[in-house]
Design a protein around this ligand. Structure first.
Ligand code: CTP
Ligand code: MG
Length: 234
């Protein structure tokens, strides 16, 4: 029987600059109601109680800004130019992992239930797990001149979130074979011919990419704080 126990190490890529968000500091260090996006993502992983260790991957010039800001035991490593380089750097610091979660710092409000769902599926024997949601928009492929080349059937499409979960040896194999970058880790696992299983995602695990996403995240936290106050006053 396959051994399904063993430590879960979560890698948190947070080394991007956040060009599309357009703030004057790297995206993961932007404040969300008193805590950075990165801190919120890390807190969620630790609070889920299904993660044994967290490794965050940050830009070299932000390492000092993290001193004493992250909970004890959280390891900090320096990332690279592409997201793939950053995850690879994190993976090098996860030799002890039986399972690896890769979770974008930019999905700062990810519900604990989603982290638990992904880990449960790994412990159930799946080697590669991604949370997905149906797509709301019709998606078209286009050529370089902006001309539509096709309309894939929306019913067969899904938008992919994180945390993505993997048996550590499978993710290591995928990264060893990777000769170019990918926008998600499961994409590299698919390339080595491995099956990737989907679980149901969560709307609140959306990625903060643009100012509109940031506005939504802040509004959600504001609503949460007001609800909390209401509960205290009854
Ligand atoms: N990331 C990383 N290293 C990189 C690029 C991205 O660790 N070289 C991380 C980001 O910090 C983020 C996650 O990967 O948490 C998802 O990437 P994305 O949302 O694209 O963030 P950025 O690359 O920072 O944003 P942009 O593409 O708008 O510059
Ligand atoms: Mg990016």
């Amino acid at each position: 029987m396959t051994e399904l126990n063993g430590p879960v190490v979560a890698l948190v890529p947070a080394a991007g600059r956040g060009v599309r968000l357009g703030e004057d500091i790297p995206k993961a260090f932007v404040d969300l109601d008193g805590e950075t996006m990165l801190e919120r993502a890390v807190d969620g992983l630790l609070e889920s109680e299904v993660v044994d260790r967290v490794v965050v991957v940050v830009p070299a010039d932000m390492v000092h800004a993290l001193e004493e800001r992250l909970p004890d035991g959280v390891e900090v490593v320096v990332g690279g130019r592409e997201r793939t380089d950053s995850v690879r750097a994190g993976l090098d610091s996860a030799a002890d992992a039986r399972y690896v979660l890769v979770h974008d710092a930019a999905r700062s409000l990810t519900p604990l239930v989603l982290i638990r769902r992904v880990v449960a599926e790994l412990r159930n024997g799946s080697d590669a797990v991604v949370p997905v949601l149906p797509v709301a928009d019709t998606i078209k492929s286009v050529d370089e001149g902006g001309i539509v080349t096709g309309t894939p059937d929306r019913a067969g499409l899904r938008a992919v979130q994180t945390p993505q979960g993997f048996a550590a040896d499978i993710l290591r194999q995928a990264y060893a074979a990777a000769d170019e970058s990918a926008t998600d880790d499961a994409g590299l696992v698919e390339r080595i011919g491995h099956q990737v299983r989907t679980v149901t995602g969560e709307p609140h695990a959306f990625k903060i990419t643009t100012q509109l996403d940031l506005l939504l995240a802040r509004a959600l936290l504001d609503a949460r704080r007001k609800e909390g106050k209401q509960c205290e006053s009854v």
